[in-house]
Design a protein around this ligand. Structure first.
Ligand SMILES: O=C(O)C1=C[C@@H](OP(=O)(O)O)[C@@H](O)[C@H](O)C1
Ligand SMILES: C=C(OP(=O)(O)O)C(=O)O
Length: 427
């Protein structure tokens, strides 16, 4: 570790979640929307390509993506949408397809086919949409769109909040609007982000007790700047935390609606970090010795569970993370994937259905099995800043949300003058 904190400014790419919402809203908006500072990554490219095949033209340039909307829903009567590994695409697109009139095939990778879709299927069928699904209710689906009219439905959101966001985003185009009874939601900040962005594009809604109400309405096209991704930023903040250095992420500030910023603003301070949140930036400085945050319930911000687990070995006491059962049904079984990775590095861990515990220790180098999960690679890269010899079986899995991750992370390490072995990923 360096003795005096060194400051580096990290450029974090755009939010995958904001991109997915902005793309879908733009597709249903009156007019042409320009998305400035877009995230070009596997998830967002799959989303945009899917919109294009549904008949919403999307043009992609490095600085701006342009979407031509149609408030009436998908203009095509036949399309196949390949969602690849993207949960947001696989959950958001079917509700959009239900607005059209035609036959729409929605499919994804083996990883995506293994992820739960049943609550969304039940909800859409409850609204009268005819859908043929693969066994287990999983993808591929054939959505037989017939201008779904809306109404009232109950949705079990205990496995994913994306079912709620999907229905809410398409609801304004339903003739009767939509009332959604949300049961046991995980990742609630993502639903608040959905409703906040809908408001930014001109559609008001309410969420009282467990009922979300969306009246019929039309989104207004506009020029919209994509904020940096708060989950991605967590790796840079965590890097400062474990090395005792300083990192500033511009473009993310106190007005951000992204729940995962709470990793920096709420968890890292309890570990001894100094965190300054400005109007338009967040700065984190790590301590000489990281403290344990004790027990942390991460139901709301579980994409940052692995970031916390990856730095926990450097704390002064065990770290317990609770209420993260749905991490077992994401890109990988993330409780198993991260505890297996840490164990391979010689760190002692324990886990149960919805929790994990990590002991302090001195990780050693190992070949980390990423299980094609971008967040396992990015999290363990943070451990790698203090652990020579961490390698990945599939470094390119970061392409899902941050194709330049390894280069940018290596640049961060160089900026702090850390030994060359730190922060590198090799096949
Ligand atoms: O709506 C979104 O953009 C997301 C919601 C969360 O998923 P769950 O609601 O399935 O936890 C999060 O993990 C995912 O990365 C993005
Ligand atoms: C869970 C994630 O993504 P998605 O559900 O959009 O595939 C993620 O990015 O960690």
């Amino acid at each position: 570790m360096s003795s005096a904190p060194r400051e580096v400014v990290a450029r974090v790419p755009g939010s995958k979640s904001i991109m997915a919402r902005a793309l879908l809203i733009a597709a249903l908006a009156e007019g042409t929307t320009r998305l400035v500072a877009p995230l070009a990554a596997a998830d967002t490219v799959a989303f945009a390509t899917g919109l294009d095949s549904l008949g919403f033209p999307v043009t992609r340039e490095p600085e701006v993506w342009t979407v031509t909307g149609d408030p009436a829903g998908p203009p095509t009567t036949e399309a196949t949408v390949w969602c690849n590994d993207s949960g947001t695409a696989a959950r958001f697109v079917p509700a959009l397809a239900a607005l059209g009139r035609g036959r729409y095939v929605i499919d994804g990778s083996a990883q995506m086919r293994a992820r739960p879709m049943a609550p969304l299927l039940t909800a859409l069928r409850g609204l009268g949409v005819r859908i043929d699904a693969a066994p287990g209710d999983s993808l591929p689906w054939v959505v037989h769109g017939a201008h779904v009219a809306g109404g009232t439905i109950e949705v079990d959101a205990s496995l994913s909040s994306q079912y709620l966001s999907a229905l809410c985003l398409s609801a304004p185009a339903m003739r009767n609007g939509l009332k959604v009874q949300a049961r046991n939601p995980v990742s609630a900040p993502y639903v608040h982000l959905t409703l906040a962005m809908m408001r930014q594009f001109g559609v008001e809604s309410s969420w009282e007790d467990s009922t979300i109400t969306i009246p019929p309405g039309t989104y207004r096209a506009q020029e919209y700047r994509i904020e940096p991704d708060a989950s991605t930023a967590s790796y840079f903040f965590a890097a400062a935390a474990v090395t005792g250095n300083t990192v500033t992420v511009p473009g993310l500030g106190r007005r951000s609606r992204q729940g995962d910023l709470r990793f920096a603003t709420e968890i890292l301070p309890t570990m001894g970090c100094r965190v300054d949140v400005d109007d338009d930036s967040v700065t984190v400085t790590g301590p000489a010795q990281l403290r344990s945050p004790g027990t942390v319930a991460m139901r709301d911000i579980s994409d940052t569970m692995m970031t916390l687990a990856a730095i926990a070995p450097f704390a002064d006491a065990p770290t317990r993370i609770t209420d993260v059962a749905n991490c077992r049904v994401k890109e990988s079984d993330r409780i198993d994937a991260i505890t297996t990775a840490l164990t391979a590095c010689g760190v002692s861990t324990r886990s149960g259905p919805d929790w994990l515990e990590i002991d302090p220790g001195t990780p050693t180098g190992a070949l980390v099995q990423t299980r094609s999960d971008h967040r396992i690679a990015m999290s363990m890269s943070v451990t790698g800043l203090r652990t020579p010899g961490i390698e990945f079986d599939e470094p390119s899995c970061v392409d899902k949300t941050f194709p330049q991750f390894h280069e940018e992370f290596a640049a961060l390490a160089r900026g702090w003058d850390l030994p060359l072995d730190s922060g590198r990923s090799r096949v």
